[in-house]
Design a protein around this ligand. Sequence first.
Ligand SMILES: [Zn+2]
Length: 231
Amino acid sequence: MNIEISYALVAGLSTVLGGLLLLYTHLKRVNVRYMIAFAAGIIISTAFFEMIPEIPSNTLIVVGVGFFFIYLLEKIVLIHACKEEECSYKYHNVGWFSLLGLTIDNFVDGAAIAAGFLIDPLLGVTVTIAVFSHELAQGLSTAIIMRDIYSNKRILFALLIAALLTPIGAYVSRFFPSMIFNNILAFAAGSFLYIGASDLLPEAHEKFNWKIILSVFVGVAFILVAGFFLE
Ligand SMILES: [Zn+2]
């Protein structure tokens, strides 16, 4: 198995890990929010400090395309970090339709990991860390939404399908022409910015607590320190 596919597999499976943590442990809601805040710090700083600096200026416009694509996708299919009470009226939507949204996102994540490795192995590792942490947060928040309607088995099955799309995205992207890898990276950077700032941060701040802010900056510091040492 190629390295990018194994990394993508591990990062994708964190979606399932998030679901398992929520369904089978007694995680306190406030601790879930610390984890989501940390993940927000990680993906936003990965996009700003690791991915965007690698993108050639004529491709930067694709960052905006990724941002708005994920915005549309989420507002239509309702995936990442949705607040329970506000999702309740759309319960009928939280089924195969939201699974579709999850899988598209995981596919993009996998392609981004592969593109990262192709451009620079260290970038590949950083993108993997970013995918791992936000997918963990996504697994947690999807399980929060779905647990009142579906059995644990069904939730985990849905998360597993989404998870497997990450290595599939990494695998399929090897058939893409190498000149579009910068575009994939830019697209994923835009999607990371949207997910981090529009989904994860508001969910983490559902109630105010200064330790939430601290968790965000611990995530930011983690990426800065990792970037420093990896180089
Ligand atoms: Zn994702």
